[in-house]
Design a protein around this ligand. Structure first.
Ligand code: FE2
Length: 252
């Protein structure tokens, strides 16, 4: 579950409604609770906030693939930074609506996209791995991978090449494309650039240097190759099953 705090009520008076309409696919399928319209009256307004989810295992649980120092910094500092950044952007947008001054809207919307995408990606990343991971997928996910990529090895080659060759900081991602109803391997630069709109992340690999450099130095390829030994295929399959049954673009 990608955490989001329940709405809180700040002391400022306003008659404006404040709500965030998450891009629905990711919100519902990956586990972000879709924000609902927030009640307000003549004296209150409300603000949504996101929250850092707990790491689903101990910091050293993925050793030797990823060491504890990286995991602690990555989760507690970097992911927290994206959560804070997303919340700050939401607060700025609420203030804009309150004041009617949208002079900074472009920069703040950019901040929201970057930081909220960082929150989503990292939340899925932690769940993409397990100390009991590795091996291959089973069942319908395995069938879909075979059908779309030719074989599991073909998929691994595609995903690994995507992750190793991200320009600068970014992600290798297996997503579910709701238009074709098929899995697809994509890259994301930073957290959100060149990603595919309306797709759901199923398996993601962070290739920002903060994810591996303290252990692997400049050997991103070794980090990507070792990642396969900790992939939690049960978790990936769960997201795949939810995504493929969502039928979100049936009316499009
Ligand atoms: Fe990261």
């Amino acid at each position: 579950m990608i955490n989001r705090n329940e709405p809180t009520t700040p002391p400022t008076a306003s008659t404006r409604r404040s709500f965030l309409q998450m891009t629905g696919l990711t919100a519902g399928i990956v586990g972000i609770s879709t924000p609902t319209a927030i009640a307000n009256d003549e004296t209150t307004t409300t603000t949504m906030t996101y929250e850092l989810p707990p790491l689903p295992y101990e910091y050293d649980a993925l050793e030797p693939t990823i060491d504890a120092k990286i995991m602690r910094l990555h989760h507690d500092k970097h992911h927290q930074g994206y959560v804070d950044g997303a919340n700050a952007a939401l607060e700025s947008l609420a203030e804009m609506r309150q004041s009617g001054n949208f002079d900074d809207v472009k920069a703040v919307k950019r901040d929201l996209s970057f930081n909220l995408s960082g929150h989503v990606n990292h939340s899925v990343f932690w769940k993409s791995m397990s100390p009991d991971g590795g091996g291959k997928p089973n069942g319908e996910l395995a069938d879909a991978i075979d059908e779309h990529f030719g074989s599991f090895e073909g998929f691994k080659e595609d995903f690994s090449a995507a992750a190793k060759n991200v320009e600068g900081s970014g992600w290798g991602m297996l997503v579910f494309d709701h238009i074709s109803n098929e899995p697809m391997v994509i890259q994301a630069e930073n957290h959100n650039d060149i990603a595919v709109q309306g797709s759901t992340p199923l398996l993601v690999l962070d290739v920002w240097e903060h994810a591996y450099y303290l252990q692997y130095e400049n050997k991103r390829g070794d980090y990507v190759d070792n990642f396969w030994s900790v992939v939690d295929w049960d978790s990936v399959a769960k997201r795949y099953e939810t995504a493929r049954n969502a039928n979100v673009f049936d009316d499009c």
